[in-house]
Design a protein around this ligand. Structure first.
Ligand SMILES: Nc1nc2c(ncn2[C@@H]2O[C@H](COP(=O)(O)OP(=O)(O)OP(=O)(O)O)[C@@H](O)[C@H]2O)c(=O)[nH]1
Ligand SMILES: [Mg+2]
Ligand SMILES: [Zn+2]
Ligand SMILES: [Zn+2]
Length: 275
């Protein structure tokens, strides 16, 4: 059980490298230890103290694994991007369009780690492009953590020199605008995807996610003519909570703005001879 948001991360996580080869992982990696307090806090105080300790331990352990993941990515020259957003903002659609463009350029190995509570639908959409994808089903957990990504990388064989990188590993997080902000996966950058259909105020209401992002991709801009939404106001809200974040307006379905997104990825990638 994850003490940060109360979601279940201790059991029920499934990592699927390809259809038909299902590996069940039932790791007991989130033990909660009862600490007896000799002093006499009220039961509510004791519960709160224990919650704070468990949360701190959990995030500290996650940060340690994230650090190891980051070293693993850097050792093989892999750019790891952690895509975070509400459900349905268009992360997978954007990834498919991005992969098609990167494949056309050639010379860049790509792999994808897909995070969803259930189903392998998104991994299947990625594999249809010819790029390897590992699906993490988090069960009741509402975000990926660094340990899940470590295990997914073992299945991918990427992020591990010499047979892996250099290249790009896209990590599509579970659709959730709150909890993925707190969990470092070892990525180089968090990229927040916000669709115009969500309204202008989401960055103001969920500031942690936007503050954690180095880039905010405003998606579904093709729909702006049909919506009562002011995209400039979305950008003002982003700037108010995340002044340093870069912002791009795109449409994953029409391709509008995707050249700038591809340029951003290539600029963020470690230099290689292939490019
Ligand atoms: N009009 C329009 N629709 C889009 C765009 N991008 C995605 N969609 C649609 O939005 C819906 C959700 O897209 P997904 O790519 O599945 O979104 P997601 O963020 O991966 O969703 P989860 O993984 O479930 O969180 C689909 O019906 C897409 O076709 C876009 O740029 N414009
Ligand atoms: Mg998706
Ligand atoms: Zn949560
Ligand atoms: Zn959690």
């Amino acid at each position: 059980m994850c003490a940060t948001c109360g979601c279940g991360t201790s059991g029920g996580v499934t990592i699927t490298a390809d259809p038909g080869h299902q590996h069940q992982h039932q790791h007991e990696h989130e033990h909660e230890h009862e600490h007896e307090h000799k002093h006499t806090p009220t039961p509510a105080q004791a519960r709160e103290q224990r919650r704070v300790v468990v949360e701190r331990d959990l995030l500290a352990r996650n940060d340690e694994q994230a650090h190891r993941n980051r070293e693993r990515f850097q050792a093989s020259g892999v750019l790891a991007l952690n895509l975070v957003s509400s459900p349905g903002s268009g992360k997978t659609t954007l990834l498919v369009a991005t992969i098609e463009r990167l494949l056309r350029r050639g010379g860049i190995p790509i792999a994808v780690i897909e995070g969803d509570q259930q189903t392998s639908l998104d991994a299947q959409r990625i594999r249809a492009t010819g790029v390897p994808a590992v699906q993490i089903n988090t069960g009741s957990a509402c975000h990926l953590d660094a340990d899940m990504v470590d295990r997914a990388l073992d299945h991918l064989g990427m992020g591990e020199a010499p047979e892996g990188g250099p290249g790009v590993v896209f990590i599509e997080n579970v659709g959730n605008l709150v909890c993925p902000a707190a969990f470092d996966l070892g990525e180089a950058h968090k990229v927040a995807v916000l669709s115009v259909t969500e309204g202008e105020d989401k960055p103001a209401k969920y500031p942690a996610m936007f503050r954690a992002a180095d880039l905010v991709v405003i998606n579904k801009c093709d729909l702006l003519p049909y919506l009562d939404v002011n995209v400039a106001l979305i950008e003002e809200h982003i700037a108010a909570v995340a002044a340093d974040a870069q912002v791009l307006r795109v449409s994953a379905t029409t391709g509008e703005g995707l050249d700038a997104w591809i340029d951003w990825i290539l600029a963020a990638s470690p230099p290689t001879d292939a490019r």
